[in-house]
Design a protein around this ligand. Structure first.
Ligand code: NAD
Length: 487
């Protein structure tokens, strides 16, 4: 168990009140970290220093080479310290250690990618429009960025924001989830060791009202230019409303109820494996989880049988720090109650195929473990078909033909991700174009190594703005038009 301090202006700080909060492992119930409980005054102090640092220009007007170097050194440092960082993720999130290590390495890749883009940051020139004037379109950093992140991928989702923010020359105040502050604080420590000027990267920690007190202070501050938020739709709406008072820029990455569509001609073994990882990776606590499995009627029974057999053979619930474990606990008591509530609703509206409650293994009794759960014959209007559960609960539905598949896939208020499995290229392309979601995978789930380069975000109520890729950098830049008369 470690006692942590916040990072403000390049120095470690307790909360001004001296108050702290604890994080307990969801696997064992033991305290794994103690953190300062920031109030609005602590947040204001962090924002003040981020504002001053930005306005001084030491970082915001630094050579691109300097920003690129820091980002690449950060990537290398994360790789070098991957074991320690992964341990924090496994202890706080409850995710299996191998997945945690993968998250650290993915975050390193994201920082590397934005280190490269920093070197290619440039605007545009208009020299041929009229003979006696020149237009320069400049790219400038948006300013002070407030970063608010959830607990499910605390380091990767920080990298998605911090990478482009630092590449652009912004200064940052991060408020991590109170369930998982360790990796943001460790990232701050590493950045200082690497020579990032004090005040560029600040971290405040708080659990009051599930982070609403410190998060709200960040959103409301007139000194913050932009909020980059990942979290639930309910909180996203509050963030957007709060940001309206000062008309600050907002990017929102929110939830999903993503359809995973399997046609009768799909490569079946791969589709079963994709359906499995689509919903059970990170215990289903994934914004893009394939939580709605749509299977063509003619193969549905056999497909569900194969999937169920795979789950029984593969799932190893257990201690996240044990290398053999591939599914950890639910992150918190509140989230556990939510997931079990949905399972109870599912039992009333659909057919329970597998699981259906807490794991019954006595060895897991101290942890917040839920058995992997599958429901079939799920009606379109059932809560488990429409609402984001954020747990290991799969809703299986069937479709008749291509038109029916697309109609059902789009029958959701969300639009974060989708997958389609078929060997027919025309069907795949029509589905990829027809499904209203920010990412569509064909014959895969959860991507295939293209993530950093491609824009990521949601249609409909899954969010606004895009992260990753060049679009992710644009979110942290302003355009400035300079018009010059030639006399
Ligand atoms: P959450 O909305 O409860 O919290 C997200 C963050 O907002 C936390 O840091 C929290 O402390 C803070 N917060 C809470 N109230 C606030 C307020 N009033 N003002 C400002 N900040 C506030 O979400 P969570 O439970 O931490 O994470 C799960 C959710 O995140 C799921 O809905 C999931 O789909 C979503 N998510 C989305 C993506 C994506 O990229 N689209 C990725 C991961 C998770």
């Amino acid at each position: 168990m470690k006692r942590w301090k916040m990072l403000i202006g390049g120095e470690q700080h307790d909360a001004r009140s001296g108050r702290t909060f604890e994080r307990r492992s969801p696997a064992t119930g033991e305290v794994v970290g103690v953190y300062p409980e920031a109030d609005a005054g602590d947040v204001a102090a962090a924002v003040d220093v981020a504002r001053r640092t930005f306005d001084e220009g030491k970082w915001s007007a630094s050579p691109a080479r300097v920003r690129a170097q820091i980002l690449r050194k950060l990537a290398d440092a994360l790789r070098g310290q991957a074991d320690a960082l992964a341990r924090h993720l496994a202890e706080e999130v409850g995710k299996p250690i191998a997945l945690a290590r993968g998250e650290v390495l993915a975050a390193a890749d994201t920082f590397d990618y934005y280190g490269g883009l920093a070197l290619d940051l440039h605007g545009d020139a208009y020299s041929q429009t009229v003979p006696d004037a020149l237009g320069l379109a400049l790219r400038e950093p948006v300013g002070v960025v407030g970063v608010i992140i959830p607990w499910n991928f605390p380091l990767a989702l920080l990298a998605w924001k911090l990478g482009p923010a630092l590449a652009a020359g912004c200064t940052v105040v991060v408020k991590p989830s109170h369930l998982t502050p360790a990796t943001a604080l460790d990232t701050g420590r590493i950045l200082l060791e690497l020579g990032l000027p004090p005040g560029v990267f600040n971290v405040v920690t708080s659990e009051a009202e599930n982070g609403a007190v410190a998060g709200g202070a960040l959103v409301g501050s007139p000194l913050v230019d932009k909020i980059a938020f990942t979290g639930s739709g309910a909180t996203g709406k509050k963030v957007m409303a709060g940001a309206a008072a000062t008309l600050k820029k907002v990017s929102l990455e929110l939830g999903g109820k993503s359809p995973n569509v399997v046609f009768a001609d799909a490569p079946l073994d791969a589709a079963v494996a994709g359906a499995y990882s689509g919903i059970f990776m990170n215990t289903g606590q994934v914004c893009q989880a394939g939580s709605r499995l749509l299977v063509q009627e003619s193969i549905a029974d056999g497909f569900v049988e194969k999937l169920t057999a795979t789950i029984k053979a593969k799932v190893k619930l257990g201690d996240p720090l044990d290398a053999k474990t591939n599914m950890g606990p639910i992150v918190s008591e509140a989230q556990l109650a939510r997931v079990l509530g949905y399972i109870d609703q599912g039992k009333k509206s659909a057919t329970l195929v597998l699981g259906g409650g807490r794991a019954d293994d006595a060895a897991l009794a101290r942890g917040l473990y839920v058995a992997p759960t599958v429901f079939s014959a799920v009606p379109a209007d059932a809560a488990i078909a429409r609402e984001e559960i954020f747990g290991p609960v799969l809703a299986v539905q069937t479709f008749k033909d291509e038109a029916d598949a697309l109609r059902q896939a789009n029958d959701t208020t969300y639009g974060l991700a989708a997958a389609v499995w078929t060997q027919n290229l025309s069907v795949a392309l029509r589905a990829a174009k027809g499904i209203r979601a920010g990412t569509v995978w064909v014959n895969a789930y959860h991507g295939m190594g293209l993530a950093d380069q491609m824009p990521y975000g949601g249609f409909k109520q899954s969010g606004m703005g895009r992260e990753l890729g060049r679009e992710g950098l644009n979110e942290y830049l302003e355009w400035k038009s300079v018009q010059i008369k030639i006399r």
